[in-house]
Structure formats: C-alpha cells, structure tokens
Design a protein around this ligand. Structure first.
Ligand SMILES: *[C@@H]1O[C@H](CO)[C@@H](O)[C@H](O)[C@H]1NC(C)=O
Ligand SMILES: *[C@@H]1O[C@H](CO)[C@@H](O)[C@H](O)[C@H]1NC(C)=O
Ligand SMILES: *[C@@H]1O[C@H](CO)[C@@H](O)[C@H](O)[C@H]1NC(C)=O
Ligand SMILES: *[C@@H]1O[C@H](CO)[C@@H](O)[C@H](O)[C@H]1NC(C)=O
Ligand SMILES: *[C@@H]1O[C@H](CO)[C@@H](O)[C@H](O)[C@H]1NC(C)=O
Length: 427
C-alpha cells in the first residue's frame, strides 16, 4: 500500500515537472513571438472620422522632401551619411499627422550602375527620414518610393455578383458609421478584417481573390541630386552596387566567379542543400515547396565542412498569417541549432526577402509590406547565430531594375556571387 502510494507520488512529480518543462518551453516561444510581433507592429493610426475616403490617404504626388544640408557644411564626402526629410500629404493636400506609410529609399546613379538602399525612419507625425550612406564618388540621385497601398485603414475591395460590381472600403480597423459592416475576421487566427457592406449585396458576395480596382502604384516621391568626393571608412548598410557589382559592407569580400570552371572548382566536393521556395531555385511552382517541412529535412542532413545549406522560403509564406510564419521559422531555427551542434563547420546561408511587383489580383497579399515584416522577423530570429545572410532585400532596393518576385538576371548574378563567396571564402 505504502509502496503504491510512493510510486503514484513519484509519477505525479515526474508528470508535473514534465508539464512545467513543456509549459516553460512553449512560454519562451510565446514570449519571443510577442517580442517579434511588437517589433513589426504598425504604428498607432488614429481612427479616421467617417465617412472614410481614399482622399484621406497619402498622395505621393503632393508629398515633398528635402535633402538636409551636410552637418558641418562643406561638400559631401564618400562615407558621409545623407539625411532626407520627407513630409507626406493626403489627396486633399493636408499634411499627414500620423505615421505608417511604407516608404522605400535608394541613392543611385544608373550610368554608373551604382545604388545603395536607405534606411527609412518613421517619426510617427507624418514626416519620415531616409538615411543613406554615400559609398561612391560622383553625382547621384536620391529616390523615395511610396507604395500607395500601405495605409492599413484605406483599402478598397471589390464585391461582385453576376450583374453588379461594387467597391467598398475594408480594413482591420474600420470606424463605425451608419453603414453596416461585414465581419471577415479570421476565426483561426483572430486577424480582424471588416468591410463596409455594399448596398444590395450580401457580405458573401465578396469575391475571393481580393480583386481591387486600383493597382498599387509605386510613386516616385522625390528626385534630388548631390555630389560626393572621396573619403575612407564606410560604415552602414549591408552593401552597395558599383559598376553593376555588389560589394558587401559587412566585412566579407564578394568574390566574382565568372567562369564555369571557377564555379565548379568552388563547388567541388561540396554538397549543397537548397531549401525554400522558388526564389531560392529561381524556378518551380509556388505551393509544392511550402508544405514540405524544412525542419524535418534539415534533421536528415549530416553536415560538415563540405556541406552547404541554403534557406530562403519567406516569399510565398506572405499569404499565411504572421504567427504561422514565426512558428515555422522557430522550428527551422531549432533544426539549424541541432545541425550546427552536430556539425559546426556546416555553412548555413539564409537568403532574405526581396522586393517584388505583383500582378493586380494579388496586390494585397503579395505586396512588399508583408515581405518586409517577414524579412525583419527572419533577421532578428537568426541574429547572433553562425549563419550567413544574402541580403536580397537591400540588393533589390538598391538596384534600378524592375522589382520582381524573381529578380532580374544581373541581381541574381550578384546574389550567386555572394553565396559562392560564403561557400568558398577568398583566401
Ligand atoms: C476626393 O476629392 C476629390 C477632389 O477634392 C473630390 O472630387 C471627390 O469627391 C472626393 N472623394 C471622396 C470620396 O470624398
Ligand atoms: C516630426 O518629428 C520629427 C522628429 O521628432 C521632427 O523633427 C519634426 O519636426 C516633426 N514634424 C512635425 C510636423 O511635427
Ligand atoms: C552619374 O554619374 C555620372 C559620372 O559621374 C555623371 O556624369 C552623371 O551626371 C550622374 N547621373 C546622375 C543622374 O546623377
Ligand atoms: C467579428 O467576428 C468575430 C469572430 O466571429 C467576433 O469575435 C467579433 O466580435 C466580431 N466583431 C464585430 C465588431 O462584430
Ligand atoms: C438597391 O436596390 C434598390 C431597390 O431595388 C434600388 O432603388 C437602389 O438603387 C439599389 N442601390 C444600388 C446602390 O444599387
């Protein structure tokens, strides 16, 4: 009897400790998830007084920007930081008083095939700063690109039946008005989504693919010019283009392997595993790769100094909720930790998100904004680990060629150079 009780007590304690362990294990994941979600949270946007109108959204054509003078005066030197102040206005010409616009910035000179991405800072009051490094000598243009679809509170979707088409405003935060609303909140994820109900149409008439009647326009906000003279010691962004070639600023040299024999020499004896969507392979179909569990496959890799693992699978995951994305990366990261523990010499290369321009029916779900969020998350989740990054985001922002989910060849060539430089570092 006594024994039986002791046994029971023992298993009870084991069970409790195990539950506590599992709980802590998941709680740590939960805490990290919250921190990540906070880091990409959209700035607070005051609710717009009804009726909501697209006229309240940012109009790139009316917005303006100035290049701030060089601190300390004098002419710009290579290695300087240039700051551009951007002031956003809405379609009625009123200055915006809150943040949340999605702006991209680059400094470039197409003749020199030179370009570098700028960091955009949201001051949350309708003004933004874009900060650039000046990596090369000569005249350059500053360009700020505004993706008009960014303002979360002002998105219109089309409703359609056989005879009527109606476009209304939808958002995650619709101010209440007389007009009835349709509630499309996702039951699984809890992600809020509402639309003003179109007259004479039922809420079920919303067509599935979020076909919008507007195309997202990437508006060029500003063209400014400045000249730089030489200077040394360049800090700052991941890299820049000059004469069409990407140079890294993070300390590693980019090697150019231009002949097939040089490349095969580099890849001799190497086993390269590529995981991810079509942007890693530049071919293949959207969905067949998403559903393969990368983490499970990584556990099957022996690893070692001749093993290279390339991961880059953010692109098509933008159609899934962000929490799902975080969970997927968490499991992949755990698998990478295990891989590096059993074979520390394995080279793990992570390709970040790139800019893209998507065909009209997919503008909402395939816009650059979700990619940027996922890109930020991916970077912070792998920070401090022994992995190598291919900064596809900056490599597309900085380049003058058209953004595409599958970047044009000159950009891909530079990305391959970066990957090969990690696989066969210059001696
Ligand atoms: C937007 O502004 C334009 C010009 O001021 C006006 O003609 C139009 O009716 C406005 N639209 C809405 C929905 O307020
Ligand atoms: C917005 O904030 C920035 C940074 O704090 C400040 O420099 C700027 O003057 C502000 N602009 C307005 C219109 O308040
Ligand atoms: C690009 O650089 C070339 C050579 O320095 C210069 O002549 C040209 O004006 C620059 N173009 C722009 C748009 O700044
Ligand atoms: C929208 O639907 C969700 C899920 O059914 C519900 O929890 C929420 O209260 C609804 N919101 C409004 C404003 O009706
Ligand atoms: C809705 O239906 C009513 C009655 O059939 C009609 O008078 C009205 O014009 C319709 N409204 C719209 C926006 O089609």
């Amino acid at each position: 009897m006594d024994r039986a009780w002791k046994g029971l007590l023992k298993s009870g304690i084991i069970f409790l400790s195990f539950s506590l362990f599992v709980y802590i294990f998941y709680y740590i994941d939960f805490l990290e998830e919250n921190t990540l979600l906070d880091s990409i949270a959209w700035p607070n946007i005051p609710s717009v007084p009804p009726p909501v109108s697209l006229n309240d959204t940012s109009n790139a054509a009316l917005s303006n920007s100035v290049i701030l003078p060089r601190p300390g005066g004098g002419s710009w030197l290579v290695g300087d930081q240039v700051e551009v102040m951007i002031k956003m206005f809405d379609f009625k010409g009123r200055p915006k008083t809150h943040g949340g616009d999605f702006l991209l910035a680059r400094l470039h000179n197409q003749t020199l095939e030179a370009g570098v991405a700028g960091q955009v800072v949201d001051h949350l009051n309708g003004t933004y700063s874009a900060v650039f490094l000046l990596p090369w000598e000569g005249k350059s243009q500053v360009e700020v690109i505004s993706s008009v679809w960014s303002n979360k509170c002002d998105v219109s979707f089309t409703f359609m039946t056989a005879h009527i088409t109606f476009t209304t405003i939808c958002s995650g935060c619709l101010p209440p008005t007389q007009q009835p609303q349709c509630n499309y909140t996702d039951l699984n994820t809890g992600e809020l989504w509402f639309c003003y109900k179109p007259q004479n149409l039922s809420c079920d008439a919303r067509i599935n693919h979020f076909v919008t009647n507007h195309k997202p326009v990437k508006c060029h906000l500003l063209i400014g010019q400045l000249s730089a003279k030489t200077n040394k010691d360049i800090p700052g962004p991941a890299g820049y283009y000059y004469k069409g070639l990407w140079s890294s600023l993070s300390g590693s040299t980019v090697k150019r392997l231009n002949s097939a024999s040089a490349i095969s020499q580099c890849l001799k004896d190497k086993v390269v595993h590529m995981y991810g969507d079509s942007t890693v392979r530049q071919k293949g179909h959207i969905f067949n790769l998403i559903l393969r569990y990368i983490a499970n496959e990584l556990d099957g890799v022996t690893g070692g100094k001749n093993t290279v693992v390339v991961i880059g699978f953010w692109a098509h995951l933008t159609i899934f909720p962000i929490k799902y994305y975080i969970r997927r990366i968490m499991s992949i990261r755990k698998a990478v930790v295990r891989l590096l523990a059993r074979a520390p010499d394995t080279r793990v290369i992570i390709r970040t998100a790139n800019l893209k321009q998507s065909p009209a029916p997919h503008t909402m779900i395939f816009s650059d904004w979700p990619s940027l969020q996922r890109d930020k998350i991916l970077r912070s989740m792998f920070q401090g680990m022994k992995v190598y990054f291919v900064d596809a985001w900056e490599m597309t922002v900085a380049h003058y060629l058209k953004h595409d989910i599958h970047p044009p060849r000159p950009i891909i060539k530079n990305m391959i150079d970066v990957v090969l430089s990690y696989i066969c570092p210059p001696k």
